[in-house]
Design a protein around this ligand. Structure first.
Ligand code: SF4
Length: 399
């Protein structure tokens, strides 16, 4: 049989892509990042903590943006526990453990968004431990969608670009900034496409695979992510799966410390199709394209402030408060129920949860809630809860 025509790229199979992204997920030494930096000596790497960081600005200044998440149950915490009391979430001790064991020493800069006090404190620890690294606490605007908020954020972003440009020696022109904004618009559009397809055909696009793909997207250059995701969509189309009689659920509250992969798998295997979630939310924090007209820093600031995303890490000024948030989310993805899955001790998520849940239940949407830690290794309890929840939805539906 003749082989593929010369120059024609053989599209990888779904299994090959999933194996590739799983390897990236398991690579706590960031070997792929280190390799890439060795091959691209004019670039540096910059890390960012959850939830939102302006990745396009890092990129325009010559930094490969790297999402910093905890190591889950794949790393024993020895040094990390010395920095934190026991009654906070697991993420910071895991991140410190990775840093103290040298796993993050390829980062020349780290951004700490104003997600919560824990991440603010982590930025202070970083400054003390790693004085040679550029550390920036990124104070995202909270409050009214006002001109003042846009100006504040534009100034913050400009300061970031000035600092990063001085550090890398690559001070981006307006054209450079626009090119990076355009590239990340394409990344966001691709992620919207993946989420849309998962919502329409969750049996063809399991969340476990989608999640691994998005995690890979936080470790590889954006162009490589776009190729990987395009290949994955092609592989999904070539490998349709059988639809099952599963319940459609939203997972809410897992926007910062990520659940263990086993938890996502357990929920899917107990008869739930996840049709919306908060995982790796920074990727979807800007819900629309950033305009390519005008000053790119200004348009990025406007896109953030005028965004209509509802999140526990953003102050909301709707007159109805958070009452309708989950009702609207569930309706948008035709969900049968909501699972509030939240990292233990996560203040932003747990403070919002009673209001979000009350609003959902008032709208007649079945809900359950559980807490996890990223290093949880036992899933029996979650399996039982999610399985019973799914069965009860199928038997009785929304009350
Ligand atoms: S999991 Fe919650 S409390 Fe912990 S760092 Fe993230 S937002 Fe803060």
């Amino acid at each position: 049989m003749p082989g593929p025509a010369k120059g024609t790229r053989q599209p990888p199979s779904r299994a090959a892509i999933v194996e590739q992204v799983r390897e990236l997920y398991d690579d706590l030494d960031f070997s792929s990042v280190r390799r890439w930096l060795a091959e691209h000596p004019t670039w540096k790497a910059a890390g960012y903590l959850p939830v939102y960081a302006p990745r396009e600005l890092l990129h325009a200044c010559g930094f490969l943006p790297i999402g910093i998440h905890g190591a889950g149950d794949r790393l024993e915490i020895i040094r990390g526990d010395a920095f934190y009391q026991s009654y906070i979430c697991h993420l910071p001790r895991s991140v410190i453990e990775m840093a103290q064991s040298g796993r993050l020493d390829m980062l020349s800069a780290v951004l700490f968004p104003s997600t919560c006090d824990v991440i603010r404190n982590l930025s202070g620890i970083w400054k003390l431990l790693y004085p040679a690294v550029y550390v920036r606490y990124v104070d995202v605007p909270q409050g009214a969608k006002s001109e003042e908020a846009i100006s504040f954020w534009e100034n913050e972003l400009q300061r970031l670009v000035d600092d990063l440009g001085a550090l890398s020696g690559r001070r981006p022109t307006e054209a450079d900034l626009r090119a990076s904004v355009d590239l990340y618009n394409r990344v966001r559009a691709m992620i919207r496409r993946l989420y849309q397809l998962r919502q329409e055909r969750p049996w063809d696009l399991p969340t476990e695979e989608l999640y691994l793909l998005l995690r890979a997207g936080e470790m590889v250059p954006p162009e490589d992510f776009l190729t990987l995701a395009e290949d994955y969509l092609g592989a999904v189309a070539a490998d349709p799966r059988r639809q099952r009689d599963n319940s459609r659920v939203v997972i809410a509250g897992a926007f910062c410390e990520q659940p263990p992969l086993g938890l996502i798998k357990s929920i899917e295997r107990t008869g739930c199709y996840i049709v919306d979630d908060d995982f790796l939310l920074g990727n979807r924090f800007l819900t629309h394209d950033v305009s390519l007209e005008g000053n790119p820093i200004r348009t990025l600031a406007e896109a953030f402030v005028q965004n209509d995303l509802c999140s526990s890490v953003l102050y909301e000024i709707k007159p109805t408060g958070k009452k309708e948030t989950m009702r609207d989310r569930a309706a948008a993805c035709r969900a049968d129920g909501i699972i509030f899955a939240t990292a233990s001790f996560c203040d932003p998520a747990l403070l919002d949860q009673p209001m979000l849940r009350a609003g959902a239940e008032e709208a007649g949407i079945p809900c359950i809630a559980f807490k996890y830690a990223e290093n949880t290794g036992q899933f029996q309890q979650f399996r039982e809860q999610a399985g019973t929840f799914s069965d009860s939805i199928k038997l009785w539906g929304a009350s």
